[in-house]
Design a binder for this molecule. Sequence first.
Ligand SMILES: [Zn+2]
Length: 287
Amino acid sequence: MDRASGGGEAIVVGRAMVEAALRYAAKGWPVFPCAPRSKVPLFANPHPRHGVQRYRCRGYRDCGRLGHGVLDATTDPDLITGPMWGRCPTANIAVACGRPGPDVIDFDVAAGKPGLVSFARLRAAGLLRGVQALVTTPSGGWHLYFAGSAGGQGNGAVARYGVDFRGTGGYVLAPPSYTAHGRYVLADHRTPTGREVDFAAIRAFLDPPGTRRRHPPVRATDHSALVRWLRAQRPGNRNNALYWAACRAIESGAGASALAGLVDAAVGTGLSRREARRTVESAYRTA
Ligand SMILES: [Zn+2]
């Protein structure tokens, strides 16, 4: 992974951040700076902590000062090159989500979250059509960019499926931003179609209201095919693969011995036993 090295990033970054910020702004996406290596806005709120203005002020346009986070987001090149990145060229780039910015879905894999499994299921269900860009995040997850929706979908999450939606009022760090764990990297992009993503449909698909149930074990099922499939997985995908296999096994009524077989197969591919057990337990909680 392309990790930002400690100490030298100011030289590496140069004008790269401000130039990228200007490119986003030229697309019509409002941006604002976050602190270097951080997701926290660069400027502190300028209003007194308990004052009314702190809650009423709608950002730079209102009071002429920076420090309102996403409310300060702008496409104005003078503001971007001057007060924003002029003061701190290594500041990360936050893109404000929701029209005119993009809607973004964050597929999270940190702490064993099954974001990439959810991605595969949603894609197979046709719920991710219209992706404009795919950005890999420092934690190994993905950001999928879509056209900002006209209806203004707000932020939302289906946390246990590792899916986090950023719409109006939300923001994401965009390439070439970086944290202590690595960089945000544009991995793929396509010609925008204007097609919007429907987060309500995604939530309903992953977490259908009122239909969650456990299937009783109706018959002894042969799980050896899952074990074989698991053994063939690439190293980077082992944890997600184990999670997926465990979900399928649990759905089909697998008992403890079948799940232990999956843990053994995963350990055989190089996953630690502790990690494998944790992943299977997390599949149990989601199933
Ligand atoms: Zn203000």
